[in-house]
Design a protein around this ligand. Sequence first.
Ligand code: IPD
Ligand code: CA
Ligand code: CA
Ligand code: CA
Length: 257
Amino acid sequence: MTSEKMIIQIKEWLKEAAGYIQVSLTNKLLVSQKSNRKDLVTNIDEETQAFFIKKINQNYPNDRILAEEKGFDTIESLAGRVWIIDPIDGTMNFVMEQENFCIMIAVYEDGVGQLGFIYDVMKDELYWGGRKQGVFLNDQKLQQPKDTALSKGLLGMNAYMYGKNIYAAGEIGHASMGIRVSGCAGIELIAMLKGNHIGYISNLSPWDYAAGLVLLNEFGYKYSNIEGKPLAFAKREYFLAATPTAYAQIQKDFIRN
Ligand code: IPD
Ligand code: CA
Ligand code: CA
Ligand code: CA
């Protein structure tokens, strides 16, 4: 069970973490490489994750955690209540731009998304919501975006997939009104929640999409791995989310033909 109290707590933790992240930008970041020179992690990613893990362990000691950094990046199943955390989504933007990054937190129960939070720290915009509760920007309830066709809307895209035309991403982009590349999954998902983008094609890990799926679900968006199978919450997968009409068009015209 999730509760009003849990929502209030998560919002408080997010504000505290965001304050810490903003102050940290006035100090020198400790940046290291993970798998390659473009895959970065900073001391702030790790410290932010540690902050949330401590809060969850103190308040919900029986819950389990899946999170991107340091020892929490695998989980054997989604049984019971599981917190899925990306402490800083868009680390490259965080390091290079000091904006266009988010904190993302999701709460799942037996594999079903219950709560989702995407916090654009530098804009102080918290997109959040819960199963059958709708989607909010800070305290304001958002309206469900229109079911726009592929040819009529902008599409968020992973730069590598677009450049290499993986899963016809270049052609799908051409069929849309245009592609946009933010370098941050959370920012792309926010653009869909606002109705600014009709979809997002990328290569994502569970913590990149867990919070977003709870919110996309409330607005009737379709999502899956790019071949149309359910997302596994286990490894990186090619990801597609779009309005129902655009999703069906992409599957029919570009993926399944
Ligand atoms: C990354 C960003 C990026 C997406 C990558 C993610 P990170 O997250 O969301 O936009 O293309 O797949 O890994 O590593 O900065 O949290
Ligand atoms: Ca990362
Ligand atoms: Ca991420
Ligand atoms: Ca991250």
